[in-house]
Design a protein around this ligand. Sequence first.
Ligand code: GTP
Ligand code: MG
Length: 198
Amino acid sequence: MKVTKAVFAGSSTRVGQKPQLRLPEFAFIGRSNVGKSSLINMLTGNGKLAKTSQTPGKTQLVNHFLINDKWYLVDLPGYGYAQLPDKERAKLRHIIWDYINHSEELVMLMVLIDSRHPMQEVDLRFIAELGEKGIPFGLVFTKADKQGVNALQNQVTQNKERLLVDWEELPPCFVSSSVTGLGKEEILNYIGSILTTL
Ligand code: GTP
Ligand code: MG
């Protein structure tokens, strides 16, 4: 699938405030600073669409981007940012789960994991919660350009093996780099294939 049009469609903190147009939504989630906003920019070919930052905690709202006038990419705030005061973290958690639990148009979540590191407790707990609630998800191992091919393969394999301790089968898995564009076609084609089944 090609992205021919990508437009910012609004920010919200509650599902009731999201864009009124009801279209399928694919949302990106993961630890703060893992590269959610950068991946959205890479997929849409617009480096300025979603705001990115070296400082974790940049995205604090649910941001909808209308793609090809047919579906939404949704940029969510990050979870598990330890530096935030408890109150702020609780607020973000509320925004995230209000969206996940109540957005009727949510088709699936892409959970982003930094490809350089073992999955952390906070990632495993988040994924377990998705499983309990029956929310469909895929995984994207991000920042692939930041290490060599062998190290990348090893870490991704290790993470998949860790997942198979808790899960009978793996979800759809992708490897991406917002710098080189790795994973762009695979992720967009996957989303395209799901859209044709709706
Ligand atoms: P929050 O909104 O704070 O939760 O972060 P985020 O997950 O949206 O991360 P963001 O896209 O803002 O990226 C965080 C930092 O990582 C920025 O400095 C990006 O330039 C960098 N980054 C993101 N993706 C990649 C990547 O694929 N490769 C490299 N080398 N850097 C990346
Ligand atoms: Mg962000």
